[in-house]
Design a protein around this ligand. Structure first.
Ligand code: DGJ
Length: 752
């Protein structure tokens, strides 16, 4: 249900479903007025009020702060904000969610309400289905809302069903349209590139359409992330302002459009990108769209993020209630320069540092003919690289067992090199436009996942890696090329436009089989860094690699942007070597740890390159992280000062019962003349007393907070705050972070 699918549906089943909907309408609807029946979605803090109008269509009247009583909407005769879903209708010329060419050639769709149904699953989740039909033709749309009461999150998607005598072609098939009415609208976009993901930009939406999209097929989120914030009336801050935040759960090409129409209304349309992707529905076929997750906040972006995070930990990612291990990943320490001896030494060093999981990245595999010596060969051949590991991985894994450290492995199963045995045997398994040059990004050809034989190969390859090396407990799933040469040999010529959707459906199918077959494996999704950071992937994965950029300074920005929708527990953040491979920047080891410790901590360097004092610090930092890990990974995030606003950036996590908190403060680049107001903490209990300690100190830290009895009330810490931009002597709640790349971490513990 969570991913798009095409299903054959016979018409009897369809009629039966309609009947069930009709019956259930009577059971659940608040029939106050026959002309204005309401459908109300309620969460702890929000309400959405839809009403069935006298023209038999369903409209949104209200979405915002929770209303205690919605009955007045029955009598209210003002205009609605907009339809529950917008279809191109022949009288409305703004961007629709649905544009279908019907079997008789009609280009318009005019919808009417048939029925709705509300189903509770447990105490806190309700699914509302609203069945609509074209007024003339047997073409149906069911709009679904899954309402997560405690988290204030609504998941919406729809199915388009064709019961016409001939094929209906979906030219545009978005998941949702959310109509909004306010005086002004401000869009926060999340954009970037490889090495620079999740930058943020705020723009006022003026009349016309603003769209952001990906056409890359498998890179969902490098250029733009499929997430948005629309602030109403004025730009929202972290703590103030009304907004709607949303994120599309789809790992392929997508599009989000924001159209301010002539009446000043905004229509937000989110879904799979229709570019080069029209979809034919034969009689009896049904198409389910990708889910959109959205929330409303009247208290700014911080609350919005916390809504998404608590939803994600519970429903959106794999095992969101289980702490993640500290990882040592081999990539940036070795790249392709390693052998068994070096890896074994890394495992031993990792264990000494207190690391819990060693991940062997790219380069460990190949075939007899093509060993993976570099990125131009071996991809697709999933035997162990005999040059590096002459007797297989057994000895390496034995060492991991001996050191009591878990073992993870890298795969890139959706792609192959031209120099691979699998490609030589099956040249028709890759996307290929006969007669045109074959493009390869990073020497990769993209496999035709629409082909069931290829799906089997991918599943079996990864399964084999896991089973043959039966100690593996973590798989990093990489994907280093966008879709190039978009022609799937398995599909017919007239089916090629369906490729984009079918590829992602197949990817999800493979992931689903893998997590079911190997339920104890932790899966990381990666696509040249942050190319696939979306809740479509994350339903099968535990975490993502936020960026290939591991420069601590830039990570502050990337992680800040990413944190708007994705929780710390899912955000892998690794301490890398200096000078940084990409930026050449040299930052202190403490700074790198302090930045990584605000996410899922990992290390990605050769421990043997650390100086003895650095090794001691790293070991202690890992120990410190384990202590604060539950606060970071399960806690509630407050972004205190944005790196975009001040060179002194800060964030904190607070436990649910507000007994513990961790505060991170980072100096980015202070310019002379920059002065900093106190950082006021958030989310604490005003009446609780907290002991404040600086933790993760190194020789450069002054340990000012440890030297004195620093116990303060939550109220004091939230109103007076701490001063981190203090030139003078450090003292009570004052710490000098005035120099570039200075940082501090504070642990707050309730004193009872
Ligand atoms: C891209 C990933 O983002 C990196 O972390 C690393 O796994 C390389 N691929 C390996 O080729």
């Amino acid at each position: 249900m969570f991913y798009a699918k095409i299903n054959k549906m016979n018409s009897n089943k369809f009629l039966a479903l309609t009947f069930v909907f009709a019956i259930s309408t009577g059971m659940y609807a608040q029939k106050v007025n026959p002309n204005k029946e309401l459908i109300v979605l309620k969460t702890k803090n929000t309400s959405a009020v839809y009403a069935i109008n006298s023209d038999s269509m369903v409209y949104l009247y209200y979405y915002g702060k929770r209303l205690s009583n919605t009955a007045d909407f029955v009598r209210y005769d003002g205009p609605p904000v907009g339809p529950i879903i917008s279809a191109y209708s022949g009288k409305k010329f703004t961007e629709p969610a649905l544009f279908a060419v019907h079997s008789n050639g009609l280009l318009s769709t005019e919808l009417k309400y048939l029925s709705h149904n509300i189903k509770a699953s447990g105490d806190t989740i309700e699914t509302v289905n609203v069945l609509l039909k074209d007024k003339l033709l047997p073409f149906y749309i069911t709009v679904y809302f899954k309402v997560f009461y405690n988290e204030d999150i609504i998941q919406t998607w729809c199915t388009y069903s064709n019961n016409e005598p001939g094929t209906v072609t979906l030219k545009k098939f978005a998941s949702a349209s959310i109509p909004v009415l306010s005086e002004k609208y401000f869009l926060t976009k999340f954009y970037g590139s490889w090495f620079g993901e999740m930058k943020m930009e705020d723009v006022e939406l003026k009349q016309g359409i603003t769209s952001i999209e990906s056409k890359q097929g498998v890179r969902t989120s490098h250029t733009f992330n499929p997430s948005f914030i629309v602030s109403l009336n004025q730009p929202a801050t972290e703590t103030t302002g009304e907004l709607i935040g949303g994120t599309l759960a789809w790992s392929g090409s997508w599009k989000l459009s924001f159209e301010k129409d002539a009446e000043g209304k905004l229509n937000i349309i989110c879904g799979i990108n229709e570019f080069a992707s029209e979809y034919p529905l034969k009689p009896g076929d049904e198409f389910s769209t990708a889910p959109l997750l959205f929330t409303y906040s009247s208290e700014g972006k911080g609350l919005m993020s916390r809504n998404f995070h608590s939803w994600a930990r519970k429903y959106g990612i794999q095992d969101g209630n289980q702490l993640r291990p500290v990882v040592l990943n081999s990539w940036e320490g070795n790249f392709f320069e390693f052998d068994e001896k070096k890896v074994i030494a890394m495992i031993q060093d990792a264990a000494t540092m207190g690391v819990e999981m060693f991940v062997l990245d790219d380069g460990w595999f190949g075939s007899n003919k093509y060993q993976r010596d570099n990125d131009a060969m071996g991809l697709g051949d999933w035997d162990v690289n005999k040059k590096r590991f002459p007797k297989g991985l057994d000895k390496t894994i034995e060492e991991a067992k001996k050191q009591n450290i878990k073992f993870g492995i890298w795969v890139e199963a959706e792609m192959v090199n031209e120099k691979s045995e699998v490609y030589e045997k099956h040249p028709d398994w890759v996307l290929k436009e006969n007669g045109r040059p074959q493009y390869a990004e990073r020497n990769n050809y993209v496999l035709d996942l629409t082909n069931p034989q290829v799906q089997k190969y991918v599943f079996e390859s990864v399964s084999k890696v896991i089973v043959q090396n039966n100690y593996i407990s973590y798989v990093k799933w990489d994907c280093n090329s966008p879709v190039t040469n978009p022609y799937a040999p398995y599909l017919q010529a007239n089916e090629q436009q369906q490729f984009w959707v079918k590829y992602i459906q197949s990817f999800y199918k493979i992931c689903d089989s893998l997590i079911k077959t190997h339920p104890n494996i932790t899966f990381q999704v990666c696509a040249s860094g942050g190319g696939r950071v979306d809740y479509g992937s994350l339903q099968y994965f535990h975490e993502f690699w936020a960026s290939d950029n591991t420069d601590a300074l830039q990570r502050i920005y990337i992680q800040n942007g990413t944190s708007h929708f994705f929780p710390a527990i899912s955000m892998a953040a690794h301490v890398a070597p200096v000078p940084n491979g990409i930026t050449q920047r040299i930052t202190p080891l403490k700074y790198r740890f302090d930045v990584s410790m605000s996410g899922r901590l990992g290390i990605e360097l050769l421990p043997s390159t650390l100086k003895p004092e650095e090794l001691i610090f790293a070991k202690e930092a890992v120990r410190t992280y384990k202590n604060i890990r539950p606060i970071v990974q399960f806690g509630n995030l407050y972004r205190l000062v944005s790196p975009y606003q001040s060179s002194l950036a800060s964030l904190m996590y607070v436990t649910d019962n507000k007994d513990k908190s961790v505060v991170f403060v980072y100096q980015t680049q202070r310019m002379f003349g920059d002065f900093y107001p106190n950082i006021k903490l958030q989310g604490l209990h005003p009446d609780k007393q907290y002991k404040v300690n600086e933790i993760n100190v190194d020789s450069s830290s002054k340990k000012s907070f440890n030297d004195i009895e620093s116990v303060y009330s939550g109220e004091f810490l939230m109103s007076q705050g701490l001063n981190a931009g203090y030139w003078g002597k450090q003292g009570v709640l004052s710490v000098n972070l005035m120099s570039e790349f200075a940082s501090a971490v504070f642990l707050l513990e309730e004193v009872k």
